[in-house]
Design a protein around this ligand. Structure first.
Ligand SMILES: [Zn+2]
Length: 354
């Protein structure tokens, strides 16, 4: 394994950011190339600790001569966000100066133009240079895993709809609870990678997704950072790489997919109609029927007659839950993967909150 660092010059004198990059060189130039990063949203650590355990496994595989495809790992992708503390809380999701989500506004550039992404860094701010450096590494790979997490959630993945069901092996390797299928129209990292591939040389466009996969993995919730879970996720990474012929060996994980595979337009957003204290009655990973109780919101403490009961708007599978227990009117409480077309308006950029 080779270690290097990307240096991002800060926006003010005397400041610079360093992004560690770990590289394994594969023995077979025809084997798929892999790029993995974690904590683009700097406070999301389940992917970081999964890579913490996966890297030594890859080093062991390297010692045994079992790495076939090149593997690039960026275990903590966002030092700018990791330094953003406000009132004692890490604010790793949005860049404080611009309020732009660190996982939005990636440049949408055809593959042939990606080599120029990091030219002239002095003409851009640090966050833009960080995004361009990450993207320029990822587009060179065939398999791109951007590791995130949700508030509280099952393990699930966002994928361009054209990668499914050919990436069923991903679900089997990680034991995914759900797969949410997008049309790739946001400027999130996974979509910017897909955009580059999709807009490659004319002759290759038709089959641009053959052998390729770019995804956002939601490694459960923010607080799901435990050694046993992280080791299991690392086994999931190794299992997936073995299935795709990047690493030699038999996958240790093989879990038939029984969860929900749903287009984003079929994800029902359950929102609160009032301010109040939130009391959940259903957990993530549960299947529910329309009309079933999901939660109670208590807007008037001491007066249960004012309680608002939140019920399921559809049959479906609870993918996520909000972590806070105080809510305002319109705040999202849950996302439910259903078979019915959602009436929720998606945000400009096409995605749900990733
Ligand atoms: Zn995230």
């Amino acid at each position: 394994m080779r270690k290097s660092e990307i240096v991002i010059v800060g926006d003010t004198p005397g400041v610079e950011w360093r992004v560690p990059v770990l590289r394994f060189v594969g023995k077979d130039p025809h084997a798929p190339k892999v790029y993995m990063q974690a904590a683009l949203h700097a406070s999301e650590l389940p992917g970081v600790v999964a890579l913490h355990y996966a890297v030594p496994m890859l080093e062991e595989a390297e010692r045994r001569g079992e790495i076939l495809g090149d593997i690039t790992v960026v275990p903590k992708a966002n030092p700018i966000g990791a330094a953003q503390y406000l009132y004692d809380e890490l604010q790793g999701r949005f860049e404080q100066g611009s309020r732009v989500n660190f996982n939005r506004d990636f440049p949408l550039v055809p593959l042939e133009e990606c080599a120029g992404l990091i030219d002239n860094p002095s003409s851009r701010l640090a966050t833009e240079n960080l995004k361009r450096n990450l993207l320029s590494m990822a587009v060179q790979a065939d398999l791109v895993l951007d590791l995130h997490c949700d508030d509280e959630s099952v393990i699930y993945s966002y994928l361009h709809e054209l990668y499914w069901p050919s990436s069923m092996d991903l679900a089997e390797s990680f034991g995914l609870g759900a797969v949410l299928l997008s049309d790739g129209s946001s400027a999130a990292f996974e979509d910017a990678v897909t955009y580059a591939w999709q807009h490659g040389a004319l002759g290759n466009r038709k089959n641009w997704h053959d052998g390729r996969l770019s995804l956002t993995m939601e490694f459960r919730g923010l607080r799901d950072v435990f050694p046993e879970i992280a080791k299991r996720d690392a086994e999931g990474i190794l299992s997936f790489l073995k299935r795709r012929g990047v690493v030699v060996g038999t996958p240790s994980r093989n879990e038939p997919f029984t969860g929900a595979a749903t287009g984003l337009d079929y994800v029902q957003m359950v929102n609160s109609p009032v301010f109040g204290a939130l009391l959940f009655e259903k957990d993530v990973g549960e299947w529910v029927k329309i009309g079933e109780r999901l939660a109670t919101v208590a807007p008037m403490p001491g007066d249960p007659s004012k309680d608002i009961v939140i019920t399921a708007p559809c049959d479906g599978y609870i993918v996520t839950r909000v972590q806070h227990r105080f809510v305002r009117a319109t705040d999202n409480l849950m996302k439910i993967a259903s078979r019915e077309l959602s009436h929720a308006a998606r945000k400009p950029g096409g995605g749900l909150e990733v």
